[in-house]
Design a protein around this ligand. Sequence first.
Ligand code: G3H
Ligand code: 13P
Ligand code: ZN
Length: 309
Amino acid sequence: MPLVTTTEMFKKAYEGKYAIGAFNVNNMEIIQGIVEAAAEVKSPLILQVSAGARKYANPTYLKKLVEAAVIESGVDIALHLDHGESFEICKQCIDDGFTSVMFDGSALPYEENVAVTKQVVEYAHARGVVVEAELGKLAGVEDEVNVSAEDATYTDPAQAVDFVKRTGCDSLAIAIGTSHGAYKFKGEPKLDYARLEKISNLLPGYPLVLHGASTVIKEFVDMCNEYGGDIPGAQGVPEDMLKKAATYGVCKINIDTDLRLAMTGAIRKNLIDNPSNFDPRKYLGEGRTAIKDMVKHKIVDVLGSNNTL
Ligand code: G3H
Ligand code: 13P
Ligand code: ZN
């Protein structure tokens, strides 16, 4: 079974009011942990690769690892470029066999975002690949780009309609208060559901995407810190808020930070508890199990995409 696009996954998710998890991958243990979890609970998956992941692992290695995961698991997997920042990187991933790409023109002036997204859509659609675009600006850190809360701008509903109509993008990432990384809210966590509902009503049947959707679960922050870490005051999006978002047309929910925390906590603990061990398989294996447990929890208790394969 080959890699799939997100078209069918999103259609079913929209109708069923649940979301598909899009998890960031950087190495073999992360891919295996995520895919084993999805296979066990019978959920489709989006595995996404950032520019940083491409640089770290080499795109060929990542592609081959994901292909191996498809063969081993029988899970429907879409291979997606996360935050593609130019037409060229999107083209490269499409040419490399990705089934989905994101062009992130959220930092560009509106008309430029429209023009490049449209260019990516034309190239992608001619090759059977789907495109996610972004409108509005999230706060937080992606690769080395840091957007302060003051520079973040929420998505304008009317502009979202114009954008989708003019670009033909297959899904749209919107800004309603989430942000990347472990520090998402200064005070109470708050999402602009009124805005989300408006966008969703103006684009009936259309899949929306939520970036920066990690919950930053306290247990794992504490675990990292208990074993020599220093992660103060981290705060994410409460899980019930994500469940609610999925009922308003959010079909793709992006999670990276929660996986990083789970893996790092488990590896820190294993290394401290076993100071004489120097077999990487022992601590990386613990990291893989932690990823698997976290992804199962997300799929079953938050996203609701289990038993949909
Ligand atoms: O949105 C960013 C993702 O968490 C990926 O992070 O760019 O450090 O690989 P990265
Ligand atoms: P988190 O940092 O909240 O996990 O968001 C990840 C993300 O949006 C990847 O594109
Ligand atoms: Zn993101």
